[in-house]
Structure formats: C-alpha cells, structure tokens
Ligand binder design. Structure first.
Ligand code: NAP
Length: 244
C-alpha cells in the first residue's frame, strides 16, 4: 500500500501544490482545510478525476478536539499516517505596540500550537510503526526576523526550535523531522503587497524572482522521499538567496 500523507492547510497556496505533487507521486492524501471548503473540494475532485486517492477534512488545526477528529478520520479511511506536512499558517503585519493579545494568540495558536497538536497525534502512529516523516513549513522570517511581523517571526522561529528538539527526541524511533524555510512565495499570503513591494522584494533576491508554490512542493517531495532518509533536524531554505 502506498504511504499516507496529511497536509494541513492544503486548500490553497503552498499546501495545495504540495498535495497535488505528492498525490501525483503516488501517495494517498488527506487534505486539511479550515475556511476554504470550495477550494479544497475542487482540488479533491480534480485529483480524484486523475485517479488519485484523496480525502479532505475540515479542521481548525489550532483546536485539539478538531485535530484529534482529523487524525481519527485519517486512520479510519486510510489505516495509516506516514507523513505529516504542517503547512497551515496565517500572517499578521503591524507594529508590536499596536498588537492585542487576541491577535498574538491567534498567530501563535495557528502557526505553532497547531504543529504541536498535529505532530502529537501523528506520532502516536509513527512511533508504533517505527517510521514516519514530519515536515514543518516555517519561514525565512523565523530565521532572521521581520520588522512589523514579530508574532509571525516568533511563531516560525518556534517551529524551527520544535523541529530540532523533536528530531532528537524521535530520531531513535525512526522518525525524521525537518523544517523548510521558504522565502517570498507568490500565494494569497502576498495579496496585500502592491507592485512596488513586489519589485523591491524581487530586487532583494539574488535569483531576481519570487518563489512559486512549486519551489516549496519540490523540496517537500525530496524530504519525504527515501533520498532524504539520513536528513533530520534540519532547516532547508528555498528562498532564491534572500537569506544566506
Ligand atoms: P495561503 O495561501 O494564505 O494559505 C494558507 C493555508 O493555511 C490555507 O490553506 C488555509 O486554509 C490554512 N489555514 C489557515 N489557518 C488555518 C487553521 N486555523 N486551520 C487549518 N488551516 C488553516 O498561504 P501560503 O503562502 O500557502 O502559506 C503556507 C505556509 O507557508 C504558511 O505556514 C506560511 O506561513 C508559510 N510561508 C509562506 C510564505 C509566502 O511568502 N507565501 C513564506 C514563508 C512561509 P483555509 O483557507 O481553508 O482556512
């Protein structure tokens, strides 16, 4: 039987492309979404028409009961969870002095607590199988920090610390845990940036272009493959050289 992958936030952007790529590579797939039901259903329909085994599940990954229900569904439908891609995320731009507690909690819960909740559920099965891969989609801002994105940067830096610590903890159980730190990737997350912002960011990127979801999906594809079996606890950057 082919391996089972759960991609959180697979309804749009990077997660959607990761889901499409891994389905095409033969993995059975559970695509998580929260608000974008229509997009998740369309992706599911498209992949099923191509003959791939795909399910979708609505869950807010910052909520323990919903995460648990999602993994129960995964085990019920597929009987396994071999790869977890913690991709769901939201951004927040603004001065730290203007940020209220509710927004802080929303960013940290969605971007970081979700990684704890999903990884914990996945590990229950991975540890007993003595095998599994967890990929955490962090950000270059988690590596170097972004002005006016303190909470986002903190959540993404937290994912990197989580990745390194968990890799040490579960390596003896045959489980690889790695993070990807994307640069600027053209998805809905960039929709508030105007053309001059985009041009500036391009100019700051040595490869002189911004990233596409495929750039990240390719790296996920490598990390989940057997070719990456000796890689764990690492942060792999795909950022066009923006952060070196
Ligand atoms: P996006 O297009 O805005 O998509 C975000 C995804 O996260 C959506 O599928 C959304 O699902 C999901 N999501 C948000 N809150 C959720 C929740 N509470 N529960 C479940 N799913 C939730 O963003 P993206 O650019 O693809 O970002 C994907 C990941 O890459 C994020 O972690 C982001 O921080 C990271 N990243 C992005 C960039 C970039 O430049 N784009 C750079 C570095 C890192 P629904 O719409 O269904 O709610």
């Amino acid at each position: 039987m082919s391996k089972v992958v759960l991609v959180t936030g697979g309804s749009r952007g990077i997660g959607r492309q990761v889901a499409i790529q891994l389905a095409k590579e033969g993995y059975r797939l559970l695509i998580n979404y929260n608000k974008s039901q229509k997009e998740a259903q369309e992706t599911c329909r498209f992949l099923r028409e191509e003959g791939y085994q795909v399910e979708i599940f609505k869950a807010d990954v910052s909520k323990q009961d919903q995460v648990k229900a999602m993994f129960d569904f995964c085990m019920d439908r597929f009987g396994s969870i071999d790869v977890l891609v913690n991709n769901s995320g939201i951004s927040y731009e603004g001065l730290i002095t203007d940020m209220d507690e509710e927004d802080w909690d929303r960013i940290i819960d969605t971007n970081l607590k979700s990684v704890f909740l999903c990884s914990k559920e996945a590990l229950k099965h991975m540890i007993s199988n003595h095998s599994g891969k967890i990929i955490n989609i962090s950000s270059m801002w988690g590596q170097v920090g972004a002005s006016c994105e303190v909470a986002y940067s903190a959540s993404k830096a937290g994912m990197i610390g989580f990745t390194k610590a968990l890799a040490k903890e579960v390596g003896p159980s045959g489980i690889n845990v790695n993070a990807i730190a994307p640069g600027v990737i053209m998805t809905d997350m960039m929709k508030d940036f105007d053309q001059s912002d985009i041009d500036y960011l391009k100019g700051e990127t040595p490869l002189m272009r911004l990233g596409q979801p495929e750039d990240i999906a390719n790296l996920v594809s490598f990390l989940v493959s057997d070719k990456a079996d000796f890689i764990t606890g690492q942060v792999l950057a795909s950022n066009g050289g923006f952060v070196i």
